[in-house]
Design a protein around this ligand. Structure first.
Ligand SMILES: Cc1cc2nc3c(=O)[nH]c(=O)nc-3n(C[C@H](O)[C@H](O)[C@H](O)COP(=O)(O)OP(=O)(O)OC[C@H]3O[C@@H](n4cnc5c(N)ncnc54)[C@H](O)[C@@H]3O)c2cc1C
Length: 447
């Protein structure tokens, strides 16, 4: 994100009240801010296709364009000076029960997909902290949940339909296209507009969720891997003070013993007896059920319920992936900045992600710890802290989340991705004239 984008972000924050009052609706395209109101898009021209043929027409009608999903990214990744193509009209659903796959329109939200899938007796392997995000936008940015044995959401993708810059439709599958497929899934929206995504599914399962309070960071020094491997998915929440995670959220599958009564203590942390929100002081009504009650997979994997605003609403997010073998050192490095971080922070979440083969995934060939920050909407102060966090994490070759705010520039980001040059070549083969290249891509990756 460059200085101009920071300034746009500040202006958007100042205008937030007006935006939430609905004054920022454009004539044809819906809100002109990202979900958090922290980034103002540069165009009012939002094309709204309802079919693949419409997408082809939309792409060939303009010289420069970006796809737009549910607007949950925090930076300029979806921005365009000329036009955006909203994918929200693409939300069809076709299950192949025999092949254990589902093919969906890329604009479908995970929450809507999950309900249809579960009714048919199937489930996804993982979800992010919220169900409100589109499938196409999530896989484009490497969006993830938690679990050292679980890959990010893009690892469930087994097929893609992409409309490229010249309007041609390309179908890629994991089975047929091998390495090129691995290059195309986490694309930052730069190969074209993904119109359909095929996802692996499995039989539906039930889960429970339990929360422990006050886990001392000393426990991480020797037990980090065992802790992160507990249950099916685990998140640690902290504000970096007192050398502690204030909450540990553990999501357990009933078919893996997750219905059993949980122990009272977990590495010195105490089992919570009431429902909690990850941000201290926020009410638990928005969060998925806890206290070991059994529910469907999609009612436990995300932290937040579909029918409520997730997280805090007015916020800035940043996140860095570091190799899991350096997880504890990286936590100590960030913790050394606690007095600069805490005043501007709602919460930090620590999650683990399995290594994968997707060239531009933040977990490419690296089992990872993801260190996430939900910042208060204090733009200027937060922008002073982020470079300090990045300097502390530099020895660990951090990979910033593609959809969140960071101040790293292309050379440092590229250096963290062994297949960055191959990805640039792939991008040029789909988009030789740079129709999908925007300011974010130039700053963040292409240089
Ligand atoms: C409250 C909150 C909680 C979050 N929690 C998590 C979390 O748990 N884990 C995590 O990893 N991230 C998380 N995020 C980040 C979020 O998952 C990503 O920003 C994701 O990209 C959002 O999807 P979207 O549809 O809103 O994408 P958008 O912001 O609309 O677009 C993101 C990028 O995807 C591209 N894109 C969108 N659709 C398509 C398409 N069909 N074809 C091609 N390109 C496309 C756009 O061009 C753009 O480059 C969270 C964000 C918020 C606001």
């Amino acid at each position: 994100m460059d200085k101009r984008q920071f300034l746009k972000g500040s202006a958007a924050l100042a205008a937030m009240t007006a935006v939430r009052g609905g004054l920022a609706q454009s004539g044809s395209g819906g809100p002109r801010e990202n979900w958090a109101g922290t980034f103002h898009y540069s165009t009012d021209n939002v094309l709204q296709p309802a079919s693949v043929a419409d997408v082809q027409k939309a792409i060939t009608s303009v010289d420069s364009v970006r796809a737009l999903g549910t607007r949950h990214s925090f930076n300029g990744i979806a921005d365009s000076k000329v036009a955006q193509i909203s994918t929200l009209g693409l939300h069809d659903f076709k299950l192949d029960a025999a092949a254990k796959t589902v093919t969906v329109g890329a604009g479908i939200k995970y929450g809507d997909l999950a309900v249809q899938l579960d009714k048919a007796g199937f489930a996804l392997a993982n979800m992010a902290s919220l169900p409100h995000i589109s499938v196409g936008g999530s896989i484009a940015t490497g969006t993830h949940g938690s679990g050292l044995r679980n890959g990010g959401l893009a690892t469930s993708v087994s097929g893609l339909e992409i409309v490229a810059a010249d309007g041609t439709v390309h179908t890629l599958t994991r089975a047929k296209d091998g390495d090129a497929f691995h290059g195309a899934v986490v694309s930052m929206g730069s190969l074209g507009v993904v119109t359909h995504v095929t996802l692996d599914v499995e039989p539906s399962y039930e889960m429970t969720q339990i929360v422990y309070q006050a886990l001392d960071f000393h426990e991480l020094e020797h037990n980090f891997e065992a802790i992160m491997n507990t249950g099916y998915s685990l998140s640690l929440f902290t504000n970096w003070q007192h050398h502690k995670a204030w909450e540990v959220w553990i999501k357990r599958r009933v078919d893996q013993g997750g219905g059993a009564a949980p122990p009272e203590m977990f590495y010195g942390a105490t089992l919570a007896k009431e429902k909690l929100h990850p941000v201290v002081g926020q009410g638990p009504e928005k969060t998925t059920d806890q206290l070991n009650s059994v529910g469907k997979w999609y009612e436990r994997l995300p932290h937040f319920k579909m029918e409520f605003t997730p997280s805090t609403g007015r916020e800035i997010q940043t996140e860095y992936f570091v190799p899991f073998e350096h997880a504890y050192e990286a936590v100590l490095a960030v913790e050394s900045l606690r007095d600069q971080i805490t005043p501007h922070l709602f919460v930090t979440e620590l999650r683990s992600i399995a290594a994968d083969d997707l060239w531009m995934s933040m977990a490419y060939k690296r089992r990872s710890l993801a260190i996430h920050f939900t910042w208060k909407p204090e733009w200027d102060a937060v922008m002073k802290v982020i470079p300090q966090v990045e300097a502390k994490l530099k020895p660990f070759t951090p990979r910033p989340h593609w959809g969140k705010v960071n101040t790293l520039a292309a050379p440092q980001v590229r250096a963290a991705y062994p297949r960055a040059d191959d990805f640039t070549q792939l991008l040029k083969s789909y988009d030789p004239k740079g129709k999908f290249v925007n300011e974010y891509m130039r700053h963040e990756l292409l240089g």
